[in-house]
Ligand binder design. Structure first.
Ligand code: AQP
Length: 354
């Protein structure tokens, strides 16, 4: 199958350093390797309570972050999900493939719905099958994500595998797909078993106030996260106030064990400097946070301030952002439409292929 990257970010506000280092920075790096399709997943953003006026602002803000970080919307595709109806159509088909038990096991659903699952939207529950549709509407082979999305990616593979298995004969009959090794058998499959791209020092950036909690958009504390619209002063202030500990930094990565805040700050430094924790500790081991934090602030400002400046500039020109999204959506549709036509023919819908 043609190698293709797909990934998305929800326009739910407070786009933060975890989203940047765990996802967007990786999106930028992959542009040299494969065709990339990057999506502002606005349909996911309405699964939780939201304000329409903030939603459109947030869609433009995520798009501005993509562009400011270095995604090239001409060489690749940048668009918002709701402009390509194939996502919703495929999600419905996948709702009929995925099993209730699979979705009930999703930890993100349990976290988001909490003890009030009966009041949660059906959308929050079905979120992972829409995510599978986002990816497979492009038959994407690779998906860069942070570690928190690993379980959803496994579910995407389960949905693809069940679809391939259940419809294998039909896929062959229509002359579609390709032979795939699945366990001990070879089946004629239509969807790839997408590979997650997770890793590096910032696969899970933690809160600046509590190194055991993920940095997150919904944390009530602004000091818990650096947001992509923070200017240099705000970045410096938040790192200065970031929780650390009283010891010096260790010489080796093993020495970070049991020190979540130190581990997190070293990981952030490593990701910003395009290196790993070991190299950071080789430089800073034996020094306290009084020396390390100023170096971290200097590096963070150097790397993030230009993105921040460019984002603000782009946000002042919403018509340009909307034009990028419209163009990207048209090119995304050109890929997804024939895939959906195949899928509908595979499941037996009449008139699927025009
Ligand atoms: N803390 C993180 N470290 C590394 N990667 C992260 N991602 C999210 N948080 C971290 C990755 O960012 C991408 C965008 O995902 P999203 O838009 O679905 O983000 P989200 O899950 O809504 O962001 P939050 O902060 O996790 O939101 P809440 O507060 O709702 O929990 C994904 O690739 C994700 O892995």
């Amino acid at each position: 199958m043609t190698p293709r990257v797909f990934s998305g970010i929800q326009p739910t506000g407070n786009l933060h350093l975890g989203n940047y280092l765990g996802a967007i920075k990786r999106f930028v790096e992959l542009q040299g390797e494969m065709e990339c399709v990057y999506c502002v997943v606005d349909m996911h953003a309405i699964t939780m309570p939201f304000e329409p006026a903030e939603l459109d602002r947030n869609i433009r803000e995520v798009t501005a972050a993509f562009l400011a970080a270095g995604i090239d919307p001409k060489a690749h595709i940048v668009f918002n999900q709701s402009q390509v109806k194939e996502h919703a159509e495929l999600a419905w088909i996948f709702n009929c493939i995925a099993r209730m038990g699979w979705l009930r096991r999703m930890t993100q659903f349990k976290e988001k719905a909490g003890k009030r699952a009966e009041e949660a939207s059906v959308g929050v529950f079905a979120y992972p099958s829409l995510m599978a549709a986002d990816i497979l509407a492009y038959r994407a082979t690779h998906v860069p994500v942070g570690e928190d999305q690993k379980q959803h990616l496994e579910l995407t593979r389960d949905i693809a595998a069940k679809f391939n298995h259940d419809f294998s004969a039909r896929i062959s009959e229509l002359g579609l797909g390709e032979d795939m090794e699945m366990g001990d058998e070879t089946v004629r499959g239509y969807f790839p078993l997408t590979e997650p791209i997770i890793g590096g020092p910032a696969a899970r950036v933690m809160s600046l106030r509590d190194g055991t909690k993920k940095m997150s958009k919904s944390d009530p504390s602004d000091l818990s996260r650096i947001v992509m619209t923070d200017d240099s002063d705000a970045i410096a202030k938040k790192f200065k106030k970031a929780k650390s500990d009283a010891e010096v930094l260790p010489e080796t990565v093993e020495g970070l064990e049991g020190r979540p805040e130190a581990d997190n700050l070293v990981g952030i430094y490593a990701a910003l400097a395009d290196t790993d924790r070991a190299a950071v500790l080789a430089e800073f081991g034996g020094q306290g946070f009084g020396a390390f934090k100023p170096a971290l602030i200097e590096l963070a400002v150097e790397k993030l301030a230009p993105i921040n400046r460019e984002m603000r500039k782009l946000m002042d020109d919403p018509a340009h952002i909307d034009a990028v999204l419209a163009d990207g959506s048209q090119r995304a549709r050109a890929i997804a439409e024939p895939i959906l036509a195949d899928v509908k023919a595979i499941v037996g819908f009449v008139g699927a292929r025009g």
